[in-house]
Design a binder for this molecule. Structure first.
Ligand code: ZN
Length: 265
């Protein structure tokens, strides 16, 4: 029951005409959902505040590499990310912050509040410039408001379920009632193919603007492609960088074609 409701709300939020989506639900449920979904709203400021709280929770629940970690390799991860990311803290009108999680997943993610988290195992397999290319991609998700829009959708969906039939409730209520669950939902937000491609393009520009060779973006994706071949596409790479999205092989090609095209200009 709960599951049906949830799916229906997701469909609703993604569509402009609500009615068709509720074909299988009774009239009474339609009214409740429609009312709740339209009554509950969130502002950009509330979304960013929610993102901040979610990242804080993530930070508290992951092992973080810091410059004063007791473990030498953890200090080294922090130093390396500082060196690579440090120059771009205030990039493109954004106020970014970054940390390394000491984990075995190969991943990185960005949050709507400008927080970017890089996993130590991703750092293990990437060169500095490849890592910067991935960071550029994540910055793209923030700058192009992909994370903001995804979190908005998540909050609206939660609100529609949680405050069903009621006009009361705020984003803060949702976050407070289930911070860890919401953090995981935010971090697990997936983006459309178009958004991924747009973020790739953002990273390309980011690299060129900062005198880096955009080939690093292609090389980074090539490493993903190789791993996908070896381990299978769906689990090795964490959600963000590759699964559900244009496959890595295609991304490599796209970047390399652009490099060739730009060279001819
Ligand atoms: Zn992405």
């Amino acid at each position: 029951m709960k599951k049906i409701l949830f799916t229906a709300v997701v469909a609703f939020l993604g569509m402009t005409t609500a009615q068709a989506q509720f074909g299988k639900l009774s009239g009474k449920k339609i009214d409740a959902l429609t009312t709740a979904a339209s009554a509950f709203t969130v502002s950009d400021a509330e979304i960013k505040q929610s993102a901040k709280e979610a990242v804080k929770w993530m930070d508290e629940n992951n092992k973080i590499c810091s410059l004063d970690s007791k473990q030498k390799d953890m200090r080294e991860y922090a130093e390396r990310l500082e060196r690579i990311f440090g120059p771009y803290k205030k990039y493109d009108g954004l106020d970014l912050n970054y940390k390394v999680y000491y984990v075995t997943d190969i991943n990185a993610f960005a949050c709507a509040d400008g927080s970017i988290r890089v996993f130590s195992s991703l750092m293990d397999i990437m060169t500095d410039d490849e890592l910067l290319a991935i960071i550029g991609h994540e910055i793209g998700h923030v700058k192009l408001e992909h994370t903001l829009n995804a979190y908005k959708q998540i909050l609206l969906t939660e609100g529609a379920v949680k405050f069903v039939g009621s006009t009361q409730g705020t984003a803060a209520d949702i976050m407070n009632s289930n911070l860890g669950g919401m953090a995981e939902k935010f971090m697990g937000a997936s983006f459309s193919r178009k958004q991924e491609t747009d973020s790739d393009d953002y990273s390309y520009k980011f690299l060129v603007a900062n005198n880096k060779n955009p080939q690093a973006l292609a090389d980074g994706f090539q490493k993903f492609a190789d791993m996908e071949k070896e381990y299978g596409a769906d689990k090795s790479l964490g959600a963000k960088m590759s699964s559900s999205h244009p496959d890595s092989e295609k991304r490599v090609k796209r970047v390399e074609e652009r490099i060739k095209k730009e060279a001819k200009k």
